[in-house]
Design a protein around this ligand. Sequence first.
Ligand SMILES: Cc1cc2nc3c(=O)[nH]c(=O)nc-3n(C[C@H](O)[C@H](O)[C@H](O)COP(=O)(O)O)c2cc1C
Length: 155
Amino acid sequence: MSKSLIVYYSLGGKTRKVVDILQKLTNADVYEIELEKPYSKLTAYTIGLGHCKTGYEPPIKNEIDLSAYDKIFIGGPTWWFTYAPPINSFIKKYDLTDKIIYPFGTATSNFGGYFERFNKECKAKEIKKPLKILRTNFKNDLEETIRLWLKENGE
Ligand SMILES: Cc1cc2nc3c(=O)[nH]c(=O)nc-3n(C[C@H](O)[C@H](O)[C@H](O)COP(=O)(O)O)c2cc1C
């Protein structure tokens, strides 16, 4: 059986919390996207805004060989009503045309066009229904929400 991979970016640690539970439930390998020039909490709001608007792909520092995986979970935070730029870098850099993608994202309250854009920009064999984690889920029902989503996707 081939293994699954969880690919993620997290600036503040919220998405990492989702990844920890996903990993526990799926036993997937984990790859964190690291940037050559990491954002700080300040530059995410300043430089990051421009990067989200222009569709910039910040260069990734660490490589990953995807050949062993056919299912890939990909997630990160919502920035400026879309996915954070490191997610853009990943889906543009790697050939995902033979992969089944399980998108997930975190947001305080509003994903904006995150998943519509993701579905358009990510060239994959198949893209599953996204897992959307809001601030309220962190407070109330994080693990349950993730379990339910995995079940709905036949995992
Ligand atoms: C630069 C920036 C922009 C953000 N824009 C949004 C947004 O448009 N909508 C929203 O609901 N939350 C927004 N947030 C909040 C984050 O999406 C949310 O806190 C997320 O869970 C953080 O994930 P992380 O801790 O893994 O980085 C923004 C946060 C940052 C830093």
